[in-house]
Design a protein around this ligand. Structure first.
Ligand code: 2BA
Ligand code: 2BA
Lengths: 141, 141
C-alpha cells in the first residue's frame, strides 16, 4: 500500500506506450487512415511524422467532412488526399515529466492526451479510462 | 467546505438533466438521427420511446455501417430505415439512486452513463467529464 502524495505523483505508470497506440503518418492517403480507424475501432488517433514526432490527430468525422461533396460523399477523394491535408493540428498533449494533477485537469476536457518528451517525440497516450481506473483504486485505499 | 464520505455520496448533482441531452426517438428515420448527431456534435446519443423510456444508443459509425453497400455508402437508405433498426440495445445505464462509486466504476469502461428511475424513464446522463471535474475538485480539498 503506497502512501500517496498525489501532488508528487508523476504520470509514467499511467501512460499507454507508443507501440500500443494506433496511429498514422502525415503522408498516408485518407483511404489508409480510414482503414486504420475502422480496424482499430478508435474514434480519434495521433498523426506522427517519419521521426515519430507528434503532428496532429485524425478521426472519421474529420475525413468524412473533407470528402463531403454537394450531392454525395466523394469516396474517390480518399485516394487523392493525405492525412496532413485534413488532420486537426490542435493536439491535447502533455510532457512526460508532468504531474498527475496536470493530467487530471487536461482530461476534464479531452478524452485522451498525447504524451511527448522535450523534443516533442511521441511517447504514448494517457486516457480518461486509465485515469478513472487509478482514481477509483486510490479512493478505495 | 463539505466533509465528504464518498461512500455515502449520491449521483444527483453529477447528472446532466434530460432536457440538456441530445437524443432521438425509436421511429425517427436514420436521416433525422444523422442530422441530430452532426448538429449536436456528439458521437453517441440516447434513443428514447414516446414515453421517454430509454431504449438504446445511436452513433454515426452505427448508421454508416448499416448503409454500407458493396460499392458505396447507400445514402438513399437513410430515408428507408429507422433508428430502432440499427441502434445498440446494450446501454450503459445507472439508477438515479445509485452511489458515486458505482458511477465511477462504470465510467472506467463507458464514456457516459444513462440515468434512469425505477420505471426505466430517462432522467439524464452522467459523463466522464463531470466525474473527472468532481474528482479534481475533491482531491484538491
Ligand atoms: N478496442 C477497445 N477496447 C476496449 N475499450 C474500448 C475500445 N475502443 C474504445 N473503448 C472504450 O471506448 C472509449 C472511447 O473510445 P474512443 O475510440 O472514442 O476514444 C479513444 C481513442 O480516441 C483514444 N485511444 C485509446 N486507446 C487508444 C489506442 N490504443 N490507440 C489509439 N487511440 C487510442 O483515446 C480515447 C479514449 O480512450 P478511453 O480508453 O479513455 O475510452 C474508450 C474505452 O473506454
Ligand atoms: N459540444 C461540446 N462542448 C464541449 N465539449 C464537448 C462537446 N462535444 C464533445 N465534447 C468533449 O468531447 C468529449 C467526447 O464527446 P463525445 O461526443 O465523443 O461523447 C459524449 C457523448 O456521446 C455523450 N454526451 C455528452 N454530453 C451530451 C449531451 N448533452 N447530449 C447527448 N450526449 C452527450 O457523452 C460522451 C462523453 O461526454 P464528455 O463530456 O465526458 O466528453 C466530451 C467532451 O469532453
Amino acid at each position: 500500500l503506497e502512501t500517496y502524495n498525489l501532488y508528487e505523483k508523476g504520470i509514467e505508470d499511467l501512460i499507454i506506450s507508443a507501440d500500443k497506440v494506433a496511429h498514422v503518418q502525415l503522408n498516408n492517403p485518407l483511404e489508409h487512415a480510414m482503414l486504420i480507424l475502422i480496424k482499430s475501432g478508435y474514434s480519434s488517433i495521433p498523426v506522427l511524422d517519419s521521426e515519430f514526432k507528434l503532428q496532429g490527430l485524425i478521426s472519421q468525422p474529420l475525413i468524412l467532412d473533407s470528402i463531403l461533396g454537394i450531392e454525395r460523399i466523394e469516396f474517390e477523394k480518399l485516394g487523392q488526399y493525405v492525412v496532413k491535408d485534413v488532420m486537426n493540428r490542435e493536439i491535447p498533449f502533455i510532457n512526460e515529466n508532468e504531474g498527475f494533477f496536470k493530467a487530471l485537469k487536461l482530461a476534464i476536457d479531452n478524452p485522451f492526451l498525447c504524451v511527448v518528451d522535450d523534443a516533442h517525440t511521441f511517447k504514448g497516450i494517457l486516457t480518461r479510462r486509465t485515469l478513472l481506473k487509478f482514481v477509483n483504486r486510490y479512493l478505495h485505499e
